[in-house]
Design a protein around this ligand. Structure first.
Ligand code: SAH
Length: 219
């Protein structure tokens, strides 16, 4: 959708410039993916004028489109690469899924799962409008991962989880990585690297605010 009087391309370039200058965006493939994904096509009409502000915005029901600097931070930590298969838990608007799909390219795949039917329908519509072919979007409870498409090179949560469950690590390839906001009222980003079938290495980063994960292993 286009709106009279708003130059979306210029606004998007300015946002990316800010994210690079502030140190949120660093990697060439992630910068390119941000630059070529029209965030204004993933929000409801009434918030389109704010699409290129660095803020989370309401979308459908309790869902939000995440804040660009937060997505940039998480994706830099996740490190998506060409050809990888990535699971995203919490599709929301589908914006982050599209950024990921550009990072992994045509040889890679993004599997994204959303628990709320109306939100999943909204994302479906947004994703099909952008014509991405390497995204599978599922409506279901991602708190247990998504076994049907496992194993994954990377897993990213877009909603705050009480913890990263064992099931999730089992769905990761060796040398794979999971990034998730963990905590109830505010969250740290928990980063889990799977070194072998029995060994993981974990660390935490920063302080953030996400909507809570629902479902069987959610809040
Ligand atoms: N990154 C997304 C925003 C996601 S908001 C974007 O930029 O648009 C988090 C989403 O996680 C919400 O839409 C919420 O409905 C969804 N969610 C919460 N619990 C979930 C679960 N157990 N499985 C799948 N999705 C879940």
């Amino acid at each position: 959708m286009e709106m009279e009087g708003i130059d979306f391309d210029t606004k998007r370039k300015e946002l990316v410039k800010y994210l690079v200058a502030s140190g949120f965006l660093k990697s060439g493939n992630i910068i390119e993916a941000f630059e070529s994904t029209p965030r204004h096509s993933f929000v409801p009409e009434k918030v389109i004028p704010f699409a290129y502000e660095d803020m989370a915005l309401p979308t459908v029901k309790a869902s939000t489109i995440s804040q660009p600097s937060t997505v940039a931070t998480m994706l830099e930590i996740l490190g998506p690469k060409t050809g990888e298969k990535i699971l995203e838990i919490g599709t929301g608007s589908g914006w982050e899924a599209c950024i990921l799909s550009k990072c992994v390219g045509a040889k890679g795949k993004v599997v994204t799962i959303e628990i709320d039917r109306d939100v999943a329908d909204f994302a479906n519509k947004n994703i099909s409008n952008t014509g991405h072919k390497n995204i599978i979007n599922i409506c279901g409870d991602g708190s247990v991962g998504y076994i049907d498409e496992a194993p994954y090179d990377k897993v990213i949560y877009t909603a705050a989880a009480p913890e990263i469950p064992r099931q999730l690590i089992l769905q990761l390839r060796i040398n794979g990585r999971t990034v998730a906001p963990v905590g109830k009222d505010s969250q740290v980003l928990r980063i889990v690297d799977k070194l072998s079938d029995s060994k993981t290495e974990e660390h935490s980063y920063g302080m953030f605010q996400f909507v809570p994960l629902r479902g069987m292993l959610g809040f």
